[in-house]
Design a protein around this ligand. Structure first.
Ligand code: F6R
Length: 369
């Protein structure tokens, strides 16, 4: 039931704040992460020296965001692999490896086969999944459910922010178990995570109208590029994937630092480019670099739509449009920066008169390899 919304996607984007809040709920005790499902499983994290995240599509981008946080907090190397690539290259894994799978449906065949393969090779397996009792969690040693609620629209939105949230909870938990994160630090991150749902709500309330307007003007656009750096890089790729899926527009996400190594050749007059700008307070150096990337593409005629922190005045002279997100610590920005991109892809699809819930050629759960 769409509950009065024009589409399931509109409803599910409006539920992104709750997807985060419900995934946190019941897992914080006195400022510390306590995940009941992981009770008694400390040995799962104690004996490992690496983590491999396996997933497909949007779930893999959530994994890439999670990598930054888990490495930083738990000081353990994390690789992110597309599940369908993983088992065909004889990966180096064993009982020192924790394989974390991420799947909204829990039925994606590529991801399931990667988990089974990891298990056969003696690795430990943990499933981050949105669907109770699905096949992938049943095949795993441990489960951390995301509580985004049922996702009906084929393209994933609220499950994505819930997946990042679950990865962050996991990163904080493993950081505490391994002793790489103090209780005081962990509590700061917990508080920050708890502040995210209200910030997402604010973006929806304050920017949705402008983004829809922007999408309306851009209904004839044939190509859109997305640039990001650090945790903004997987968000750029997520923005591009959503646009391909929902609006059938050619889109690419790039790491901003990679621009001069090739992609800048794509820039010509009028090319729309979304740029996710890191916080000038939290990451002054990266902010400066991304602003200079904006100048470079602007000088070549790009039309720049910046997604920037409130109060970041330095981007103003360089961008054609600025979409604002509330202040957040550097690792938490992705949970905010992705919201305008989800709204934009939906709005552009609608501006083109397409079916946002059921894009052509796609199925909600991909149960064939
Ligand atoms: C993109 C999208 C897909 C899924 C991917 C994995 O909007 O929905 O890329 O993320 O097919 O699906 P799950 O998470 O069910 O394994």
């Amino acid at each position: 039931d769409k509950g009065g919304w024009s589409s399931f996607m509109a409803k599910e984007i409006s539920e992104e704040p709750e997807a985060v809040a419900n995934t946190i709920r019941g897992r914080i005790h006195e400022g510390q992460v306590e995940i009941p499902e992981l009770d008694g499983l400390d040995e799962l994290f104690a004996g490992i020296n690496r983590v491999i995240i396996v997933a497909c599509g949007t779930a893999a981008y959530a994994g890439q965001v999670g990598k930054y946080a888990i490495e930083q907090w738990a000081r353990i190397p994390v690789d992110v692999e597309l599940a369908h690539e993983f088992r065909y290259r004889d990966p180096v894994i064993g009982d020192d490896t924790l394989v974390v799978s991420i799947s909204q449906s829990g039925e994606t065949m590529d991801t399931l086969m990667a988990v089974k393969y990891a298990h056969e090779r003696g690795a430990k397996t943990l499933s981050i999944c949105n669907t109770q009792g699905a096949t992938i969690p049943r095949e795993s040693d441990a489960i951390v459910y995301t509580h985004a609620g049922p996702e009906v629209a084929v393209a994933s939105t609220k499950a994505f922010v819930a997946q990042i949230t679950a990865l962050y909870l996991l990163g904080l938990h493993v950081g505490r178990v391994r002793g790489t994160l103090s209780a005081v630090e962990a509590e700061q991150h917990v508080r920050e995570l708890e502040s995210i749902p209200a910030k997402i709500r604010r973006i929806i309330d304050e920017e949705q109208g402008r983004i829809e307007q922007l999408a309306h003007w851009m209904a004839d656009t044939r190509s859109v590029l997305f640039l990001g750096r650090h945790v903004g890089f997987p968000i750029a790729m997520e923005g591009a994937l959503k646009l391909k899926e929902l609006a059938y527009i050619h889109a690419e996400g790039f790491a901003a630092g990679e621009l001069k190594h090739g992609p800048i050749a794509l820039i010509e007059a009028g090319q729309p480019v979304f740029v996710i700008v890191p916080s000038p307070r939290e990451s002054a150096e990266l902010h400066k670099k991304v602003v200079s990337n904006i100048e470079e593409i602007r000088a070549r005629g790009a039309r720049v739509i910046a997604i920037a922190e409130e109060g970041d005045a330095a981007v103003l002279p360089h961008a054609d449009e600025v979409l604002r997100i509330p202040l957040a610590g550097p690792l938490f920005e992705p949970l905010l920066a992705v919201i305008p991109l989800h709204i934009y892809a939906m709005a552009l699809s609608m501006a083109k008169g397409l079916d946002v819930d059921q894009p052509r050629n796609l199925a909600k759960s991909v149960t064939v390899e």
